[in-house]
Ligand binder design. Sequence first.
Ligand SMILES: Cc1cc2nc3c(=O)[nH]c(=O)nc-3n(C[C@H](O)[C@H](O)[C@H](O)COP(=O)(O)OP(=O)(O)OC[C@H]3O[C@@H](n4cnc5c(N)ncnc54)[C@H](O)[C@@H]3O)c2cc1C
Length: 384
Amino acid sequence: MTVERALPTPEAHDLIDLTRDLIAKEVAPRVAGDESAGRFPREVFTTLGATGLLGLPYPSEYGGADQPYEVYLQVVEELAAGWLAVGLGLSVHTLSCFPVAAFGSDEQRAELLPDMVGGELLGAYCLSEPASGSDAAALTTRAVAGPDGYTVDGVKAWITHGGVADFYMLMARTGDKGARGISCLRVPSGLEGLTYGVPEHKMGMRSSPTTQVRFDSVRLPQSALVGAEGEGFRIAMAALDGGRLGIAACAVGVAQAAFDAAVAYAGERRQFGSRIIDFQGIGFMLADMATQIAAARALYLEAARLRDAGRPYGTKAAMAKLFATDMCMKVTTDAVQVLGGYGYVEDFPVERYMREAKVLQIVEGTNQIQRLVISRALTPESRR
Ligand SMILES: Cc1cc2nc3c(=O)[nH]c(=O)nc-3n(C[C@H](O)[C@H](O)[C@H](O)COP(=O)(O)OP(=O)(O)OC[C@H]3O[C@@H](n4cnc5c(N)ncnc54)[C@H](O)[C@@H]3O)c2cc1C
């Protein structure tokens, strides 16, 4: 079912049409095969770059498309409906460009951004470590400053695009314990001492490589520092506010795809002499799914419009991520139920959607952490 979108400009409608065309031609024919083979679709990202879709929310001055976040997110949603590894990949790439775009010097922006947002380079975001996930400020990867730059040692874990990215936006400790001792550094691939673990064997999203990224005395010039020393955690959290909206949009896309498959099936499948969509037990389930998807989409768009208006939006982004990903888990599980036994086998994509949904409740802050963010914003001191 084609989603009707109220987009702000004719250009935004063209971008959605372009995305749908790209999904039909380049994504749909290969998603099932690449997912089951665990093959990363680098060429799809090259096409996204060539068509301008890798830099949508960034300034045209640096090769981006100057699009509002609400438009960028709807492109992410469409891509995720076609293939989560691609939608989430775009979201992670956008997150990885953010530190340079928002906190980099004029020189860094001019030198680095055109290739980052123009599609030449694919990004990865390195915050998590084997022993620090939710408690990200406890990270121990260290960047020691010397006369001509930094020497980095440590291990990052769970890195999307590990081993296939062209640059890694790294959060490393340059100072004391805690959030204030962390800095943000840009690391190009191919440096001596930079190696990758074996891709994780995941429940879903198998075509998106997730690996450890290991730093063994990796040398970086002083110019690798993005923002000021000690500002890295603030940069990482600001990046995640936008990233969480990307995850919410991915969740809405996956749920929409599962819902569409369930509606199509329920309209054809007959039992007891009737179409199963005419049984109220199934029809009401589909009605709830449609309503939940619409509510999640409205929530991420509201947060995006706050961001576009330059207003605080972090709490709303956490709500959107929490609601949309829990919704996606429920909707994809119900879609499997609508298909009965056929939902549990690979002949239909709904089992994939259900496996994909689970990771969205975990990445970029688990849903427990989103509740923490939301509840902290409710305390009297935070509202003062
Ligand atoms: C496929 C995939 C891709 C990923 N991509 C990236 C990436 O590109 N870059 C990156 O940096 N990271 C990435 N991650 C890591 C992801 O962000 C972490 O897995 C996540 O933040 C949780 O950390 P953890 O796995 O260490 O779990 P833990 O932090 O150990 O949490 C374990 C459980 O305890 C709960 N918990 C922890 N603290 C609290 C608390 N205070 N209150 C209540 N409950 C709590 C959690 O919600 C969770 O249920 C990825 C993970 C996956 C699975």
